[in-house]
Write a protein that binds this ligand. Structure first.
Ligand SMILES: C[S@@+](CC[C@H](N)C(=O)[O-])C[C@H]1O[C@@H](n2cnc3c(N)ncnc32)[C@H](O)[C@@H]1O
Length: 236
């Protein structure tokens, strides 16, 4: 993986542009359908008074749809810096008949094209670990969420249990590149994705990152024996 932040961003854009058409299929296959359950958990976690949600790094829009389906009173704005992903997200919302409640745009999480305090919540699902400047990304989410609103990160990590770690690392290093390579024809992408899970912050480190940008009452919820966490903090 390229080392400088700039090269890494270019690399991330290229791989997501390339795997976009196969992204959903591989996600559901590799997580045995758990990814949908994790997004549903996050959507159900939004407070009752939520009306406007920002889905940062929305990809093909599954997090946006999870919110829309569970929360009929909520509208969603989605943003991703890969056009191919945004096009797929738009097509999917149209097929689901919910285009009037979701607006997906091309943009960068490091510099969100929205006014301050515009949303009741901002969530990033499985996109945060691709962002080299994590405090900046959280700071941007904090900026566009009103006081009292939520910033949430749904992300994969290594489990804590030693036996689980061994199995999970074997799965990440062997099964994912093989399956991903066969189906997407881009083995490099499916080597990068598991590496980025292994390199990602531990849950306590992510809590500290939330606190450093001034988010309050930070909590972390482990899902599926700790291979995925939902972190949330409240904007002061
Ligand atoms: C693993 S996918 C997750 C997509 C979706 N949120 C989901 O739940 O499946 C990561 C997405 O993050 C996007 N991404 C990464 N860094 C970004 C950034 N700085 N700004 C906007 N999008 C970004 C990628 O283009 C990709 O679509």
């Amino acid at each position: 993986m390229p080392q400088s932040a700039e090269k890494r961003i270019g690399f991330v854009k290229r791989i997501f542009g390339d795997i976009a058409p196969r992204y959903d299929l591989l996600n559901h296959l590799m997580s045995a359908g758990q990814d949908m359950r994790w997004r549903k958990f996050a959507a159900e976690h939004l407070p009752d008074d939520t009306r406007m949600v920002l889905d940062v790094a929305c990809g093909t829009g599954d997090m946006s749809l999870a919110v829309i389906r569970r929360r009929p009173e909520v509208n969603v704005g989605g943003l991703d810096f890969v056009m191919e992903m945004v096009s797929l997200a738009r097509a999917k919302s149209a097929r689901a008949g919910v285009s009037s409640r979701i607006q997906h745009v091309v943009g960068d999480a490091m510099c969100l094209p929205f006014d301050d305090d515009r949303f009741d919540a901002a969530i990033v699902a499985f996109g945060f670990r691709n962002m080299p400047e994590r405090a900046r990304a959280l700071g941007e989410m904090r900026r566009v969420v009103r006081s009292g609103g939520r910033v949430m990160v749904l992300e994969m990590t290594l489990p804590r249990n030693m036996k689980m770690i061994r199995f999970f690392k074997w799965y990440l290093r062997n099964v994912i590149p093989l399956l991903g390579g066969l189906i997407s024809r881009n083995r490099g992408a499916y080597k990068y994705l598991p590496d980025s899970i292994e390199d990602f912050l531990k849950p306590d480190e992510l809590i500290a990152c939330f606190e450093r940008v001034g988010l309050q009452s930070v909590m972390a919820f482990p899902l599926t024996p700790g291979i995925t966490y939902l972190h949330q903090g409240i904007v002061p």
